[in-house]
Design a protein around this ligand. Structure first.
Ligand SMILES: [Zn+2]
Ligand SMILES: [Zn+2]
Length: 158
């Protein structure tokens, strides 16, 4: 099923409006992560993650604050959030400067969001249902499988 192509640039920001951003290009992917860390960080059932090319992400108002941590997989990450209202905006992985993973719920228009994949389904809430055409993974998928799922998602926009 084809996906509605969003108007570019995408725009979004934090809850209080101190931070605003734009994304100049089509995102690289969209997936949920149901791991317990994402459940805690979001205060909800899962995180809705949208990697974008770093060159496409521009802040038009304010500058987020960074919190450094080591993820359960051992990766060093920086979680960027608004210092005023605390809304989580995106994550950055050390050694992977080419992409930033936005929290897609911070977009102004979320009507077109349909995830390509669902990660860490082993810790998903029992009532979480996968999106149509999305792939489910019990944990973090191996890179080749994950790339294939995301490429399938991007091709649905063409
Ligand atoms: Zn804010
Ligand atoms: Zn997660």
């Amino acid at each position: 099923m084809p996906l509605k192509r969003p108007a570019l640039p995408l725009t979004g920001g934090c809850s209080c409006g101190a931070i605003r951003y734009e994304v100049a290009g089509l995102p690289l992917a969209l997936y949920t992560c149901n791991c317990t860390e994402c459940q805690t960080a979001s205060g909800s059932a899962f995180a809705l993650n949208m990697p974008v090319a770093s060159k496409d992400l521009h802040f038009t108002k304010g500058q987020p604050k960074g919190w450094h941590k080591t993820s359960s997989s051992g990766a060093k990450v920086i979680a960027w959030f608004c210092g005023d209202c605390g809304a989580r905006l995106y994550g950055e992985r050390e050694g992977r400067p080419e992409s930033m993973t936005l929290r897609a719920g911070t977009l102004d228009d979320t009507s077109w969001l349909e995830p390509a994949a669902h990660l860490f389904m082993r810790s998903a809430q029992s009532w979480v249902q996968p999106a149509k055409g999305a792939q489910c993974f019990e944990e973090q998928p191996v890179p080749a499988e994950f790339r294939a799922a995301l490429a399938a998602w991007r091709s649905r926009f063409e």
